[in-house]
Design a protein around this ligand. Structure first.
Ligand SMILES: [Zn+2]
Length: 54
């Protein structure tokens, strides 16, 4: 599981099984957190990659 969280509110901006680059994910969401509306630069979010459980 691949997850990118907003650096301000901690909400998951993107999560999924595809390991995309952070820049691609930010482009998908318009560089903006859906929850708090904060603009996200690629230095202000947390990338959290979780191993898939079998
Ligand atoms: Zn946020």
């Amino acid at each position: 599981m691949f997850e990118i969280a907003c650096g301000k509110c901690g909400a998951a901006v993107y999560s999924g099984v595809d390991l995309k680059s952070a820049r691609d994910v930010l482009k998908l969401v318009g560089n903006r957190c859906k929850k708090c509306g904060a603009l996200l630069s690629d230095q202000e979010f947390v990338v959290d990659v979780k191993p898939m459980q079998t």
